[in-house]
Design a binder for this molecule. Structure first.
Ligand SMILES: Cc1cc2nc3c(=O)[nH]c(=O)nc-3n(C[C@H](O)[C@H](O)[C@H](O)COP(=O)(O)OP(=O)(O)OC[C@H]3O[C@@H](n4cnc5c(N)ncnc54)[C@H](O)[C@@H]3O)c2cc1C
Length: 651
């Protein structure tokens, strides 16, 4: 059972308990913690030194003998700390912190990363993604500004927390009956996060995660607790759909039409609107002939029907994306037979801890060893952020099919060996298990061997013939193979490119947003759209990632920027601000060029990142540092400031 996180609890453990806990230590993080506890920098100047990048080896290549040495030293330090009454020496100097940063992530970290990484580290408990102060804005001005937030998932809750902190009134409109968005809706068996949880969490809300990659229930519980802690629920209108919003050019406000599930539609006025509707919550059903003719139960993985008993059933699964990857091994345990219809196999990033519980010792260390949690999160943040980007960047001179550069080819070989190793005894499965697209062409699924073990089961089959038709009794393929099923499950992803659908958003000049976009969603910083003043998007166009970072990182950067926009608007007493078209267009040209040079942007790769016109509307193609830097604060010159027009008196 997960507990609330209480970092830096005093150490009262026995010697034996200390020794046990240290067995689970991440040595580079532990060594830095020792510097905090003793004030002695020489702990990281000796032989216990990371020599490998953390994304290659979590312990930084420190040999088992050196790890044992580190544990022995740490034992003495923890004992002295406990026996001395849990007293910390003064905080290490800035120079020492810099040395510790180099120690944990390796020397040669570019200078420009230092500020970014130090902010993320939040060494003194500061808010890593805090926005500029609202102090100079009067309480009256703040209180008369009303924001409508659409959605109470991870992004909408974050928006509410930031507004709540500045005492700006807001209302969240949520179509579901609960908070959590993705983590409430996706209740299929095996659903879990693919980013390690110590970075898939708000920077300001650490948590004692029970699993390295927690499952849906744990994630829902996290967002549920956060909404209670910040008292957000009082402002959420559950079971209410936001259908339409119209910008009023006279008043510079939005008129928002909401439809409660059981009640009359009503209109709310808002000075700003924050869309936090996500990219992955409207199931995408494939265009297959006869799709609705199947007579047995059939459903999408994002709308799992728990009342359909799968025990002893013959089940057809359409798709092999991230969701199928997680639920097939689970349902195969109880089904009579599972037949998977595969278009392309996934690349898998090996992670032995993927479905493991975090050991007790690790829980103890994060709670009791001062600064261990911060350094551990920091090491993960670095190793999973920019580390992989280079390997998925396109070398325009590279001609080898199936990869986009020498580094990408190396990655391909490494991952192919991994899959081959797991399927040595199953050549018939291996035949269809190696993707032909480059690694990084699509988001990799995280793997501990569970998927391939499931494919090797006697009751699981992979069919690679394209589907021709769904019939009342099953599925027929183009080669004429007919399979009969009791249940059909669609694991076909979400309508990710259909940003902000099916809402109608009417901006300046009376133009509806989707007409304005004409099939290709775009936004400045992923946040602002010309002619849609004070409409701010979270998890908007080109803010998704394939290999670097987590969506929460992006949301925290975006929300800091949005708070800057609201502050600017209030400071200047403007009704609203509207991004300039030329600024928006130049930004998006840069994004397009960037995406063309990434594995997922290459012409041969088909994925949900591309819209119907083959345009990458989802992904951020650059470093996290660049996103962090550009979203520090809005540049007033990028915006037109609108005044509220007082209506002419009627003669
Ligand atoms: C199975 C799965 C696994 C994932 N794993 C990862 C991962 O490992 N790492 C990662 O970074 N990301 C992951 N993601 C992406 C995930 O969606 C984001 O991490 C994050 O949860 C997005 O939060 P959000 O609040 O922006 O959107 P959502 O969680 O989608 O929430 C949007 C909310 O808006 C509401 N809403 C939408 N339209 C309306 C409307 N018109 N009116 C009222 N309410 C509305 C929805 O009901 C929903 O509650 C995963 C997604 C899925 C589906």
């Amino acid at each position: 059972m997960t507990t609330t996180f209480e970092a830096d609890a005093p150490i009262t453990a026995s010697d034996e308990e200390l020794r046990d806990a240290l067995e689970a230590a991440h040595i580079p993080s532990l060594m830095n913690a020792l510097v905090h506890m003793t004030g002695d920098i020489s702990h990281i100047r000796g032989e216990i030194n990371p020599i490998a990048e953390l994304f290659q080896d979590p312990q930084g290549g420190i040999s088992p003998e050196r790890q044992a040495e580190a544990r022995a030293i740490a034992f003495e330090v923890l004992k002295a700390y406990r026996d001395g009454g849990n007293q910390l020496p003064p905080r290490p100097s800035d120079e020492a912190i810099e040395e510790m940063t180099d120690y944990i992530i390796g020397e040669g970290v570019p200078r420009e990363y230092k500020d970014f990484l130090h902010a993320e580290l939040g060494m003194d408990g500061e808010d890593a993604y805090a926005h500029a102060s609202f102090e100079e804005i009067s309480e009256v001005a703040r209180a008369s500004f009303h924001v409508v937030i659409i959605g109470a998932g991870m992004s909408g809750l974050l928006a509410a927390i930031r507004l709540e902190q500045e005492r700006i009134p807001y209302t969240i409109i949520e179509k579901n009956s609960e908070v959590g968005g993705t983590w409430w809706q996706n209740q299929y068996p095996g659903c879990r996060v693919d980013n390690q949880n110590h970075i898939y969490s708000y920077s300001f809300e650490p948590y004692d995660w029970p699993q390295w990659f927690s499952n849906q229930q744990v994630l829902f519980e996290y967002f549920d607790r956060v909404s209670d802690k910040y008292d957000i629920r009082k402002n959420i209108r559950f079971n209410t759909n936001l259908e339409r919003a119209v910008f009023n050019e006279e008043s510079g406000t939005w008129s928002v039409t909401v439809q409660p599930a059981n009640g009359e539609a009503e209109t709310i006025e808002a000075n700003a609107m924050i869309s936090a509707v996500g990219q992955l919550n409207r199931p995408r059903m494939p265009e297959i002939r006869g799709r609705d003719t199947f007579e047995g139960p059939s459903f999408h993985s994002g709308e799992w029907q728990h009342d359909v008993d799968l025990t002893g059933k013959r089940i057809g699964v359409i798709g092999t994306g991230a969701s199928a990857f997680q639920f097939v091994p689970e349902i195969a345990k109880e089904a009579d037979e599972v037949v998977i219809f595969q278009r392309t196999p996934p690349w898998m990033a090996p992670a032995p801890t993927y479905r493991q519980e975090i050991p007790d010792g690790k829980h103890w260390l994060t709670k009791h060893v001062p600064f261990y949690y911060q350094w551990y999160r920091f090491s993960l943040f670095w190793s999973t952020s920019e580390g992989m980007l280079q390997a998925v960047s396109v070398d325009p001179e590279w001609r080898e099919p199936g990869s986009v550069s020498a580094a990408n080819q190396k990655m391909r070989e490494m991952l192919t060996d991994y899959i081959g190793g797991l399927l040595e005894d199953a050549p018939e499965v291996l035949e269809h298990a190696i993707p032909d697209y480059p690694p990084g062409g699509k988001r990799m699924v995280v793997d501990d061997g569970n998927w391939l073990r499931a494919l090797k089961r006697d009751n699981v089959q992979i069919v690679v013939d394209p589907i021709a038709e769904i019939t009342p009794t099953g599925i027929t393929t183009e080669s004429g193979r007919a399979e009969a099923f009791d249940v059909v499950i669609f694991a076909t992803g979400f309508q990710a490119s259909a940003f902000l659908m099916p809402m109608e958003i009417v901006g300046r000049g009376g133009v509806e947003l989707h007409d304005h976009w004409a099939g290709t969603a775009r936004a400045y910083m992923g946040v602002a759209i010309p002619d849609y003043p004070n409409l701010f998007l979270l998890y908007g166009p080109n803010t998704n990632i394939v290999v670097n970072g987590s969506t929460i990182f992006f949301a925290e950067c975006e929300m800091r920027y949005v708070m800057g926009c609201i502050r600017l608007s209030l400071q200047r007493d403007a009704a609203a601000l509207d991004v300039r078209t030329e600024v928006h267009d130049a930004y998006n040209q840069k994004i397009d060029r960037g995406n063309e040079l990434m594995a997922w942007g290459t012409p041969g790769v088909q994925s949900w990142y591309k819209n119907a016109a083959g345009h990458v509307t989802q992904n951020w193609p650059f470093t996290l540092l660049e996103f962090w830097t550009q979203t520090q604060e809005p540049n007033p010159e990028d915006y037109e400031f609108l005044e509220a027009r007082v209506p002419e008196p009627i003669a």
